[in-house]
Design a protein around this ligand. Structure first.
Ligand SMILES: [Zn+2]
Length: 154
């Protein structure tokens, strides 16, 4: 573990294994942390920071370059997932991507930290989800919120 640095983390175990295989096929030595914890109980993923991929310090630059080339990191070094944008519109207009007007998108529901908090307070999980949308054509992610016009009518 000495001289290893955190490279990237993922919410799901399978995402980390895909990147692990990609990096190892390019002769990068990696190891994963918290895989079994998150496999056992996925609700812990957000609480403990996801599945972490560590890389030796001597290979961190090469690994970062590979992640950017593979589309796992943005060019500025930020996580692509953190590029979620917010749009306001009425519910009936939420059937297309706001960037490219494509209908080829998916809805991602992720349990947020309130789910884990409910476990510690009442001893049971009360799933509280955060919903984001991902477009397969332009690869953008976004969230919808209520349009202002609805509030103005009151
Ligand atoms: Zn799109």
């Amino acid at each position: 573990m000495n001289n290893f640095t955190l490279l990237i983390s993922f919410e799901y175990v399978h995402e980390a294994h895909i990147v692990q295989g990609y990096l190892e096929s390019n002769d990068i030595i990696v190891f994963l942390q918290d895989v079994l914890t998150i496999q056992e109980n996925h609700f812990y993923s957000n609480a403990i920071g996801g599945v972490k991929i560590f890389v030796h310090e001597s290979q961190i630059e090469e690994a970062t370059h590979l992640l950017k080339a593979g589309g796992y990191l943005a060019e500025n070094g930020g996580d692509l997932v953190s590029k979620v944008k917010h749009y306001k519109t009425e519910r009936k207009h939420r059937n297309i991507c706001p960037h490219c007007q494509s209908k080829n998108f998916a809805i991602n529901k992720k349990a947020n930290w309130l789910t884990v908090l409910s476990y510690f307070i009442i001893g049971s999980f009360l799933p509280v989800y955060s919903t984001t949308y991902h477009c397969f054509d332009c690869r953008e992610e976004w969230k919808w919120s209520k349009a202002d016009s609805v509030e103005n009518k009151i």
